[in-house]
Design a protein around this ligand. Structure first.
Ligand SMILES: Nc1nc2c(c(=O)[nH]1)N[C@H]1C(S)=C(S)[C@@H](COP(=O)(O)O)O[C@H]1N2
Ligand SMILES: [Mo]
Length: 507
């Protein structure tokens, strides 16, 4: 870019930056999710075809969101630069471009499922501030009257105008961000369970370093959701409604939910998008009310055992998830959970209440920021992932993962430990076998069984000899079925295949 066009382009970028920053601040005060970059980002997430999303999660992992926001920002800045570049030739074209840009952001915000009455406001602020700033900058920075005058000598005036605009954008956008992150997070006091669980049996942790701890700390628990900004739900304003094909609709506030007898359950939760050997799994002790008891309050006390019936649950951020009605009525103790490892749910994990359904991947059973459960038929209403062609039968597949040694590591020769975790929720893990290169399958030692819905640690001592080795693992579930070696991608119903890694043993 020649310096001739660099100045107008810089004006465009800075004007858009100031507009966006002002919009972010206004959004922070009125409706945070309507901030232009967030609103556009959320629409892009929802509109992204499943294969592209799979590729993004597979390639960037949980960094996919910052990368998405960055891409939206880059594209917007390019358009803003263009608006600046055409400005000396056509004020109309430049203004129309900025209106297009902010109009898209406004439409994105207004069309969000959770849009509130003020969702349009931040985009309007962005448009007004952006257009006025561009006018002012152009008047100060570009030599008046002619687009062809030589703009290459940066005067003090130019530096002050451009630098000042940039600094203002940073300060205003920064205060908006500080406001969003501000106030003390809402919290609540958890009741004691009426049926507390005993402490975990000894030996669930086998005591070998490098293996994932049996209980995942809340701060280390994987997070998967479509929310660019984890909803901040005020428990005082929260409610849960059970409606649809039920004899009587019920709505309860947080106090009523917390006053309902609570149980504790040890449940391993994992994501259908997890690749073989992937990180999207964790284990927690959950505190909550069995969904069976909540559905009974709505008059559903027997399981119709009709596979066409679902519970369509809705999150405060508009996400919808389909769970087979049977899974919420049978004796597996699916929960509306409020506690996770002795603490209220962290905001990222669904505060104040979420579903947890043993044996089902999170995308069909673990609605966070839960606010509504609608009993209906699969053909009468479809959930977010269903519309994106994911399976509705989200039963967890049997999997084993090698945690130690780490893939592609160099380790010294001699006695070491191969170890990891294996899971097959609802069926349990009966055995795990490990194979080094083309050797025999050898049976690993298992951690104590804590229940069929819990993962199990496993390990096998290994006398490592110099050279490169392939390590492979497979689990057998509680029904005696060996984990299939057939490889399948996460889409549409969960990855299968054996986890294997390569390590180099030094001499
Ligand atoms: N509201 C909402 N709930 C959601 C999701 C979501 O995108 N939005 N994602 C689901 C998916 S795909 C998974 S795997 C689990 C993950 O729960 P976690 O983030 O607490 O580990 O939440 C489920 N609940
Ligand atoms: Mo998931």
């Amino acid at each position: 870019m020649s310096s001739r066009s660099a100045l107008p382009a810089a004006c465009g970028i800075l004007a858009a930056a100031l507009g966006t920053a002002a919009a972010h601040l206004v959004a922070a005060l009125t409706s945070p999710a309507s901030s232009p970059v967030l609103a556009v980002g959320s629409q892009v997430i929802d509109a992204t075809p499943t294969p592209v999303k799979e590729w993004a999660v597979g390639t960037f992992g949980t960094a996919d969101k910052p990368i998405l926001i960055g891409s939206v920002a880059v594209v917007s800045l390019l358009l803003a630069a263009l608006a600046g570049t055409v400005r000396p030739r056509s004020r109309l074209a430049s203004t129309l471009l900025l209106l297009l840009l902010t109009g898209l952001a406004g439409a994105a915000a207004v069309l969000r499922p959770t849009a509130d009455d003020l969702a349009w406001l931040p985009a309007l602020v962005a448009a007004v501030v952006g257009i006025l700033t561009l006018d002012l900058l152009v008047a100060r920075v570009l030599p008046s009257g002619s687009a062809h005058a030589d703009p290459t000598h940066p005067t003090r005036r130019r530096v002050v105008a451009l630098g000042g605009t940039g600094a203002a954008a940073l300060a205003i956008g920064g205060s908006g961000q500080a406001l969003v992150a501000r106030s003390a997070p809402p919290t609540l006091t958890l009741p004691r369970p009426t049926r507390p669980l005993p402490a975990l049996p000894k030996g669930v942790d086998v005591g070998k370093s490098g293996i994932s701890p049996f209980v995942t700390a809340n701060a280390d628990f994987y997070r998967i959701d479509t929310a660019l900004l984890a909803p901040r739900v005020d428990p005082g304003e929260w409610s849960l409604t059970i409606d649809g094909d039920v004899p009587r609709e019920v709505t309860m506030g947080i106090d009523e939910l917390l006053a309902t007898p609570m149980v504790e359950r040890d449940i391993t939760l994992n994501c259908v998008s997890n690749e073989v050997g992937g990180p999207y799994i964790g284990h927690a002790r959950w505190l909550g009310v069995p969904t069976r008891e909540l559905l009974a309050r709505a008059g559903l006390d027997t399981d119709p055992r009709d596979p066409d019936l679902q519970v369509l649950s809705t999150s405060t951020d508009g996400m919808t998830i389909s769970t087979p009605l049977s899974a919420l009525l049978d004796d597996r103790d699916a929960l509306v959970a409020v506690g996770m490892n002795g603490a209220p749910l962290p905001r990222e994990h669904g505060f104040p209440a979420r579903l947890v359904t043993p044996g089902l991947y999170g995308f069909v059973g673990a609605t966070k920021w839960l606010t509504r459960m609608t009993v209906t038929r699969y053909d009468a209403a479809s959930a977010y992932w269903t519309d994106r062609d994911w399976a509705t039968d989200g039963r967890v597949r049997t999997q084993a993962r090698i945690d130690t040694p780490r893939a592609l590591r160099r380790i010294p020769p001699g006695r070491t430990v191969i170890g990891g975790v294996a899971w097959a929720q609802r069926r349990g893990i009966e055995r795990v076998d490990v194979r080094v290169d083309d050797g025999e399958w050898r049976r690993a030692t298992l951690g104590t069984e804590a229940g069929v819905d819990c993962w199990r640690q496993w390990f096998l001592p290994w006398d490592a000899t110099p050279g490169r080795h392939d390590l492979r693992v497979r689990a057998t579930d509680g029904t005696g079925e060996v984990q299939t070696r057939q490889e399948a991608t996460p889409f549409p119903s969960g990855a299968t295949g054996w986890h294997s890694i390569a390590v180099t043993v030094t001499d």
